[in-house]
Design a binder for this molecule. Structure first.
Ligand SMILES: *Cc1c(COP(=O)(O)O)cnc(C)c1O
Length: 392
């Protein structure tokens, strides 16, 4: 049996052909593939606007910038996430405040967030960054209500959940990233995620002003459009209109662009996203059925409506033992995540063990099993049998 990782990209001949075609086109970057990918992605998640970026971390950074995070601003997020969800606040000089998770869903606990908000004068906190951890959609309708009470913005970190959804109070499916409740949502196209472009990211939103701000921030803060200029035509060197070369840098932005060949790959992968989701849900069902009667396995991701299954997490007593046993058998399970507040960087900022007991207990037992569309039935059987062998 070949090595079985916890996640793996799936690059088809069709993907390769479109990348080669793009490499032979006049545009390696800043060409038409980016716009196509953005439009198709916006449609896929049900948002008005999408901005493609170099990676998911750049997406988070620009969201924090566009929302005006500054020195001293407090923002709430979950400790059970990839560090970038929190770091974007630090890039802008803000303060990250971790709230504990809900032990059943592993998601940011809205009650823990509410408690934090109630303990401080209104205006102390500026925003919330909930994460659709493992692919399970956060109920953003509830978070929106709470955010409105305290005048907060919401960035949905939907890196794990393209194609995921939750069902709102009216029975409507609300797709991750549709921005009906969040101000902005972000995605990553790192190879372990659902859609791979090598490196890549996306922001989705329904807010035109934020959309325009993000476009500017993505390219150095530069605009190139007559109606946006601040300097006079005369200064620019024109007579009755701005000369062809003219552009303006109006704010301090970055170069966070994605290339055209990455966008072409992402767009090609997006076409198969639904197919991949079907397979991920099948794999989740198989795990669930195999483990549901085993007492030693707890906290299964289970079969949850709208779950996008980036990860399939179980909890076991002897996690280190199982992890090592699986490795000995060529199965490379992974741990998601070491609680972010206990990373040395955040410890230096004052966080310590015991601060978020539910996240910390979860971390002691969690393990993410192989989950990706090309995992074969035989491979999954082997994973299941190996886990059962270990437990007996
Ligand atoms: C992958 C990931 C990111 C960062 O995305 P990159 O493209 O790797 O920069 C942020 N948040 C979460 C939850 C992720 O899984």
């Amino acid at each position: 049996m070949d090595a079985i990782p916890y996640g793996k990209q799936n690059i088809t001949d069709e993907d390769i052909a479109i990348v080669i075609e793009t490499l032979k086109s006049p545009y390696l970057t800043q060409g038409p593939k980016i716009k196509e990918f953005e439009e198709n992605f916006a449609k896929y998640v049900g948002a008005k606007y999408a901005v493609a970026l170099a990676n998911g971390t750049a997406a988070l950074h620009l969201c924090a910038m566009a929302l005006g995070v500054k020195e001293g601003d407090k923002v709430i997020t979950t400790p059970i996430t990839f560090a970038a969800s929190a770091n974007c606040v630090r890039y802008c000089g803000g303060e990250v405040v971790f709230a504990d998770i809900e032990p059943d869903t592993y998601l940011l606990d809205i009650n823990a967030v509410r408690e934090l908000l109630e303990q401080s004068p209104k205006g102390t906190y500026k925003g919330i960054i909930p994460v659709d951890f493992a692919g399970r959609a956060v109920n953003l309708e509830e978070f929106r209500k709470l955010a409105d009470e305290y005048n907060l913005w919401i960035i949905e970190d939907a890196c794990h959940a393209p194609g995921g959804y939750f069902v709102d109070s009216k029975g409507q499916k609300q797709s991750c990233g549709n921005s009906n409740f969040a101000d902005l949502a972000i995605f990553s196209f790192h190879p372990v995620k659902h859609i791979a472009s090598g490196e890549g990211g996306m922001i989705t939103t329904n807010d035109e002003n934020l959309y325009k701000a993000l476009l500017k921030l993505r390219t150095h803060g530069i605009v190139k459009s007559d109606d946006l200029y601040v300097n006079t035509i005369e200064f620019a060197g024109g007579k009755d209109k701005y000369p062809g070369w003219y552009m303006e840098m109006q704010t301090l932005g970055y170069n966070y662009r994605i290339t055209d060949f990455q966008a072409a790959l992402g767009d090609s992968q997006l076409k198969r996203a639904d197919e991949g989701l079907v397979r991920r849900r099948e794999i989740a069902n198989n795990y669930y059925a195999a483990f549901k009667d085993i007492d030693a396995i707890k906290g299964q991701s289970g079969v949850v409506e709208g779950h996008a299954y980036h990860l399939y997490v179980i909890e076991v007593e002897n996690r280190l033992g199982l992890y090592n046993y699986l490795r000995e058998h060529n199965i490379f399970a992974q741990i998601h995540y070491i609680p972010c507040h206990l990373m040395p960087y955040y410890r230096d900022l004052g966080w310590k063990e015991g601060d978020k007991p539910k996240a910390e207990t979860y971390y002691k037992h969690c393990i993410s099993l192989p989950m990706y569309p090309t995992l074969t039935e035989a491979e999954q059987m082997y994973v299941i049998d190996t886990i059962k062998d270990f437990l007996s």
